[in-house]
Design a protein around this ligand. Structure first.
Ligand SMILES: [Zn+2]
Length: 290
């Protein structure tokens, strides 16, 4: 079975979760190749299995190099494994009474590695994972590597997803649109948002900019905004350090947009060493849609 057909079959079983990005009407899989809405707007499955549901192509600064670097850091170096472990535990703990299959969407999934890692850890197989990102480059990479989730190119601020269609939203180091999140989630559905804290990647920021600017990752306002829209159930602070080797330091700089503004000579000096410690300092906010 080709990737395209596998994906068509998977989406056919649950096409009610999708809605047309142009006219918001419902969509159906037609002829084993397209999603078509009631107004006949048509979106084809690609050979990699993903569907592009952007009404117009977007310009994203996030390129192949960034996603490849992210993939390496997440999958090979396992830098975020404690995050994946906590997120998986939260899903399992809070969704025991939810119906199956458990519908989980990662909004702003990039090249999909976080979602894949979380799905790999999930004990129950009755979970449907959907990854949505505005970057076609990211979704192409995700659909080439990971077969389990459904991959969609789309805008999370105008998500091509139906009302009340998901039990869990993941939003990992990505922008939010709380109004959309509330619309997409079922009542009592969970929003799990991962945000950086002031010491996140502090060693790298200190070496690239002299001082690690705490305001870069100031997250008080993020937490306040979160609480304005969602009832906060829990916050987990994960703080740990890992040692990265030379190749991994280069990936780290490539995957961190903040680092791109640094002076090239300083970037070269930072990555031209055998190894360095790096701090991960993140909050996992868990909210419920009341
Ligand atoms: Zn339409």
């Amino acid at each position: 079975m080709t990737k395209k057909i596998r994906s068509v079959k998977q989406v056919s079983k649950m096409d009610s979760i999708l809605k047309c990005p142009l006219c918001k009407s419902s969509m159906k899989v037609v002829d084993f190749k397209s999603l078509i809405c009631s107004q006949k707007h048509t979106f084809d499955f690609t050979k990699q299995g993903y569907v592009n549901l952007m009404p117009h192509p977007s310009n994203s600064n996030y390129n192949k190099e960034l996603f490849e670097a992210r993939h390496n850091i997440i999958m090979a170096r396992n830098l975020y494994d404690p995050i994946h472990e906590t997120v998986t535990n939260v899903i399992q703990e809070y969704t025991t009474t939810f119906p199956h299959p458990l519908m989980v969407v990662d909004l702003g999934c990039g090249e999909g590695s976080h979602l894949q890692k979380i799905m790999n850890r999930f004990i129950s197989t009755k979970m449907v994972g959907v990854g949505l990102d505005i970057s076609k480059e990211g979704i192409i990479m995700a659909s080439k590597r990971y077969e389990k989730p459904i991959w969609l190119v789309g805008n999370l601020a105008k998500a091509p997803l139906d009302d009340n269609s998901f039990h869990v939203i993941l939003n990992i180091l990505s922008p939010s649109n709380y109004k959309e999140f509330k619309r997409i989630l079922v009542q009592d559905g969970l929003l799990i948002k991962v945000v950086p804290r002031p010491n996140y990647l502090k060693e790298m920021r200190k070496d690239l900019f002299d001082h690690h600017r705490k305001k870069d990752y100031k997250n008080d306002e993020t937490a306040l905004l979160f609480k304005r829209h969602f009832h906060l159930l829990d916050i987990f602070n994960l703080h740990y350090t890992k040692t990265l080797n030379k190749a991994e330091l280069k990936y780290l700089v490539q995957m961190t947009p903040l680092a791109w503004t640094a002076d090239q000579a300083r970037i070269d000096a930072y990555i031209n060493r055998d190894s360095a410690e790096i701090t991960v300092d993140l909050d996992i906010l868990v909210g419920v849609n009341k």
